[in-house]
Design a protein around this ligand. Structure first.
Ligand code: HEC
Length: 236
């Protein structure tokens, strides 16, 4: 009898300690980080939001910079530079937009609550919608195999400018032109296309600042920008 009692106590202790394992994700249904597993990736589906491809660049460019939510600063204990870090904030509740603080702060209208804080610009409606869709699809870390790279219909308005909004403009806009560079409009882009810094920075060439901070653009976007610059960076 005594032995059963001891076993019971041990069992309860093990169960209790398991429940508080810090590495365990507190939200059920979130798969572990599967990025970089490669090999068996599915082709990309246009109705699905892929965290690494679609959401992370927005967070990197608008939130995870030095002074805000990078690993070094971690304002409010929040770090937003990887899938695990984002999920571990507890501020994303899969399938539940209303309970997701991350969504609340980007849609907030009170100036002292909204993120990014003024004078940094608000996320665009498209970026907000994408984050909402990601949460509504379960805030998963899905990866896919991008099979098509359009290097024919090169356009500033429909392609290059959009890439800049996603990956660069959060740190390079009129209110926050890091290194004096504003990439939220054509003029700013044309200037760094002309002086070679655009290609130098995105290809991480020696002697240039490697950009974007926190990673490299996908190979397709690099090819498109190279083509656009080679064409004489038209404002088309
Ligand atoms: C997280 C913030 C952040 C993101 C995202 C970012 N940059 Fe930067 N960028 C900076 C900062 C800060 C500097 C100044 C760097 C320094 O002096 O070390 C800089 C410097 C540069 C420079 C160098 C200017 C010079 O005079 O040498 C270029 C060019 C540049 N960025 C282009 C880009 C492009 C293109 C992207 C997107 C593909 C991008 N950046 C994304 C923060 C960022």
């Amino acid at each position: 009898m005594k032995r059963f009692l001891v076993l019971g106590v041990v069992y309860m202790w093990v169960m209790a300690s398991c429940q508080h394992k810090p590495t365990e994700l507190n939200v059920p249904g979130i798969p572990k980080d599967t990025s970089g597993t490669g090999g068996n990736k599915q082709p990309c589906d246009s109705t699905i939001v892929y965290f690494g491809r679609d959401v992370l660049p927005i967070l990197n460019s608008n939130c995870a910079m030095s002074g805000c939510h990078d690993a070094g600063t971690a304002s409010d204990g929040v770090v937003l530079n990887s899938y695990d870090k984002v999920i571990n904030t507890g501020k994303v509740v899969p399938f539940d937009l209303n309970s997701s603080d991350l969504y609340e702060v980007i849609t907030e209208d009170k100036p002292d609550k909204i993120m990014p804080p003024p004078p940094r610009p608000k996320l665009t409606a498209t970026q907000i919608a994408l984050i909402a869709k990601w949460i509504n699809q379960g805030a998963k870390n899905l990866v896919c195999d991008e099979q098509i790279c359009d290097t024919v219909n090169i356009s500033y308005a429909n392609m290059i400018g959009k890439t800049m909004t996603t990956y660069c403009a959060g740190c390079h806009n009129a209110n926050n032109p890091s290194a004096g560079v504003n990439l939220s409009n054509y003029e700013g882009m044309a200037a760094i296309a002309a002086n070679g810094k655009l290609i130098g920075s995105i290809t991480h060439a020696a002697g240039f600042k490697a950009m974007p901070q926190g990673g490299k653009l996908p190979a397709c976007e690099i090819k498109q920008i190279q083509k656009w610059v080679a064409m004489g960076y038209p404002n088309n």
